[in-house]
Design a protein around this ligand. Structure first.
Ligand SMILES: Cc1cc2nc3c(=O)[nH]c(=O)nc-3n(C[C@H](O)[C@H](O)[C@H](O)COP(=O)(O)OP(=O)(O)OC[C@H]3O[C@@H](n4cnc5c(N)ncnc54)[C@H](O)[C@@H]3O)c2cc1C
Length: 382
């Protein structure tokens, strides 16, 4: 069987590795001129690490990531700890060797790409259309190249061309908040392995530690869509004035600040049509509040390969894959959306109540809510 994957992000690379493991011939087409990933850090929960282990890529991803040891959620003043988690205690309770690791995105995609022979990925190929009939699926690229295969898998992100071919065109939905991200040196005041988040009113700031003494931070603010300022760093310093250390220091010591509106799409079941199918953000884009978008994209790759490995009928296998994945991913999309809405509340009274409830929930449920998604196991390839 021959499969074309559109997009060499986390979903496309994982699917390509997994498909090759089950004996499928794969070609990955990427519009960028070379392997590259903009973005800052990414959390890889146990569900993603386990899935990577099933395709033999776990150790190389561990080599470029850092294990969480301690996590805290605080109120804006920094004084009140709403939730405090000791990773070792949680891991012992859940019977898992590691709950979450943090990686730089560029290093993660580099580690994944190293599992593929150079001939698999073709850069500078922007897919402009896809179509399929009973015999084959065909792709046309902006550079005039065409290609055909038994199936085309769209791993081409939230504005996927393959998704449009399956479902028709539609705009993503804007959450009402925008995220700024950066990577900078780790100050001595932040221990390696720490993940922390401060919640204010319509504002959030989070930090995680990366390998090689770096910090990945993110700042979230309620804002109209498509906004831009001439000086994003200056904007953040003003928005987060008076927040506890090391917020100001981290923003000031960051060379490049990224800005993205947080968008997703309401879940849909139709991920496939005949020989076309979507995975990752092309299928189930989610807000990043649970840190599961990339993790579930990794799961998709493994489960897709399992379905195609034993496929006598390719369209039926893609339908079965989509059916299996819809329920899990739709639940996370919806939960993440709801969590983001509460996290971005602005009212003084509602935020005070929210923080109190978080503290109570932390005491009563511990890490149960977090562990729920991380416990998922795709199972082995075959
Ligand atoms: C602020 C923020 C923080 C996040 N934090 C986390 C986190 O901590 N943990 C986590 O698991 N997830 C996180 N996510 C979600 C995660 O980034 C995405 O779910 C993940 O990147 C999806 O991977 P993907 O491969 O499906 O799509 P993408 O990363 O969008 O990759 C798509 C690829 O396809 C290529 N492409 C697009 N169109 C075409 C075309 N027409 N032809 C050819 N190639 C094309 C693109 O160039 C790109 O390489 C976060 C997201 C955001 C916005």
């Amino acid at each position: 069987m021959r499969v074309i994957v559109i997009g060499s992000g986390i979903a496309g690379l994982t699917a390509a590795i997994a498909l090759r493991k089950v004996g499928v011939e794969v070609a990955v087409y990427e519009r960028a001129p070379e392997l590259r990933e903009v973005g800052a850090g990414i959390s890889l929960w146990a569900n993603a690490l386990r899935a990577l282990d099933h395709i033999g890529a776990g150790e190389s991803v561990r080599a470029v990531s850092l294990k969480l040891t301690r996590s805290e959620m605080r109120g804006k003043s920094g004084r009140s700890v709403l939730i405090s988690l000791d990773a070792r205690a949680m891991e012992a309770r859940a019977g898992m060797p590691e709950l979450v690791r943090m990686a730089h995105r560029a290093e993660l995609v580099g580690a994944l790409a190293a599992h593929l022979p150079a001939s698999v990925a073709r850069y500078g190929h922007e897919c402009v259309s896809v179509e399929a009939d009973g015999a084959a699926a065909r792709v046309r690229f902006a550079n005039g190249h065409t290609a055909s295969a038994d199936a085309v898998i769209g791993a081409d992100g939230i504005r996927s061309v393959v998704r449009t071919a399956i479902l028709g065109a539609s705009e993503p939905r804007y959450s009402g908040y925008t995220c700024w991200r950066g990577v900078c040196p780790r100050p001595a005041s932040v221990e390696a392995g720490y993940i922390g988040e401060w919640w204010g009113r319509g504002l959030r700031f989070g930090i995680t530690t990366l390998p090689n003494d770096r910090i990945y931070w993110f700042a979230v603010q309620n804002a109209p869509p498509n906004g831009r300022t001439a000086d994003e760093r200056g904007h953040l310093l003003a928005a987060f004035a008076g927040w506890p250390d090391p917020v100001r220091e981290l923003i000031e010591s960051t060379a490049d600040v990224l800005r993205n509106d947080i968008i997703d799409r309401p879940p849909v079941r139709e991920w496939s049509k005949g020989r076309l199918c979507v995975i990752g953000d092309a299928a189930h884009p989610m807000t990043p509040n649970l840190g599961q978008g990339g993790c579930t994209a990794i799961e998709d790759g493994v489960i897709l390969a399992r379905h195609l490995a034993r496929a006598a009928d390719v369209p039926a296998a893609l339908t079965a894959f989509a059916r299996e994945r819809y329920k899990r991913t739709a639940g996370i999309v919806n939960e993440s959306w709801r969590l983001g809405a509460v996290a971005q509340w602005e009212g003084r009274v509602s935020c005070a109540l929210r923080d109190r409830l978080m503290w109570l929930a932390g005491k009563v449920m511990g890490a149960g809510a977090i562990l729920k998604h991380a416990k998922f196991d795709t199972g082995p390839l075959g």
